[in-house]
Design a protein around this ligand. Structure first.
Ligand SMILES: NC(=O)C1=CN([C@@H]2O[C@H](COP(=O)(O)OP(=O)(O)OC[C@H]3O[C@@H](n4cnc5c(N)ncnc54)[C@H](OP(=O)(O)O)[C@@H]3O)[C@@H](O)[C@H]2O)C=CC1
Ligand SMILES: CCCCCC/C=C/C=O
Length: 315
């Protein structure tokens, strides 16, 4: 399984552990279990509300000494209420403090949407800052300073369309190193993938298993279940692996990182073992046919036209 290579020579093992919705009382054991099973990549975010508990897991594992901090790639994300330049470093320091770390391997702007500083979860348009009040190019410049200070080894973005990447690059002259977006066989994002490959921007695919544990309020009616797709089941039977392993391997074999979430030790192990699978040409052809441009995480919850957030993904 190929690692993703960065310009400074750093490498990222593609399969990581997602932690959104990983509950208090469960996430610490999940992270310990992942690291002890051989994971080298953990995906976190301030808004997931569990970084303190993940920090306890890091502290426990790294202080034992068998697994070293420098051998694990740890990502976190700047929440939407800290986009003003003066709020970026304090937000990151809070994350570092919670995770009990000195630096992050990767820090991402979580969404191309800004909230007022005291708002965690907006209740109405009044809770947003417009793109004029909080220009994303200024947030990016503050992110660059975190890299210059060594607090983040790499910086990037999340939920950015091709158009938003082009605007950011034109306005700052800098190219993000990573874009974390939803990716799976139902949403292959071939245009974005091609654009990012040309620019040297790596992709991380989120919700690779269809994010089935989102709250009902975040779900759409009749969401497709990727585990039940005939092609996925057929390929899983052919290779004697699980449907989840087919989906995870599809991402990693394509050259993107992928961060399935689980708090179940058996499934955590199973997901990493997807690295051993080798999908063949026929499998890839069958999976390519599944691209129905279906998004589980629609982004609609942040679309407030009067505040300048009309179409998050510019589709
Ligand atoms: N940047 C962003 O805006 C976003 C980032 N993310 C990141 O991506 C990660 C993954 O995406 P997420 O939306 O959580 O959803 P996933 O697609 O990873 O799906 C998670 C669900 O799949 C179940 N699951 C895990 N492994 C298996 C398996 N082998 N077989 C069957 N079911 C399985 C989990 O249950 P169980 O835990 O019980 O195993 C859980 O219900 C997030 O946790 C987060 O880190 C996600 C969304 C947005
Ligand atoms: C207030 C929580 C909103 C979560 C929005 C979707 C983000 C998902 C994971 O990163």
């Amino acid at each position: 399984m190929k690692s993703l290579k960065f310009k400074n020579g750093d490498e990222l093992f593609p399969i990581g552990l997602g932690t959104w919705k990983s509950k208090p009382g469960e996430v610490k054991n999940a992270v310990i279990s992942a690291l002890e099973s051989g994971y080298k990549h953990i995906d976190c975010a301030a808004i997931y509300g569990n970084e303190k508990e993940i920090g306890e897991a890091f502290n426990e594992v790294f202080s034992k000494g068998e697994i070293k901090r420098e051998d694990v790639w740890i990502t976190s994300k700047l929440w939407n209420n800290a986009h003003l330049p003066q709020d970026v470093e304090p937000a990151m320091k809070q994350t570092l403090n919670d995770l009990q770390l000195d630096y992050l391997d990767l820090y991402l702007i979580h969404w191309p949407v800004a909230f007022k500083p005291d708002v965690q979860s907006p209740e109405g348009p009044e809770d947003y800052l417009t793109p004029q009040e909080a220009p994303i190019s200024e947030t990016w410049k503050a992110m660059s300073q975190l890299k210059e200070k060594g607090l983040a080894k790499h910086i990037g973005v999340s939920n950015f369309s091709k158009q938003k990447l082009e605007e950011l690059i034109a306005n700052t002259g800098e190219i993000p190193e990573m874009n974390q977006v939803e990716l799976h066989p139902l949403l292959q994002q071939n245009d974005l993938f091609e654009y990012c490959s040309k620019q040297g921007i790596h992709l991380t695919g989120y919700s690779p298993l269809g994010s089935g544990d989102r709250s009902d309020g975040m779900k759409q009616e009749n969401e497709p279940n990727m585990f039940e797709k005939t092609a996925v089941q057929k390929i899983a039977s052919k290779h004697n692996v699980s449907p989840a392993q087919v989906l995870i391997n599809w991402s990693a074999q394509r050259g993107t990182a992928v961060i399935p979430k689980s708090t179940n030790p058996g499934r955590i192990k199973e997901n990493l073992e997807a690295a051993r699978l080798q999908l063949d040409k026929d499998d890839l052809k069958d999976l390519a046919q599944l691209d129905e441009h279906y998004r589980y995480v629609t982004g609609k919850f942040f679309e407030v036209e009067e505040k300048g957030y009309k179409n998050i993904y510019d589709e």
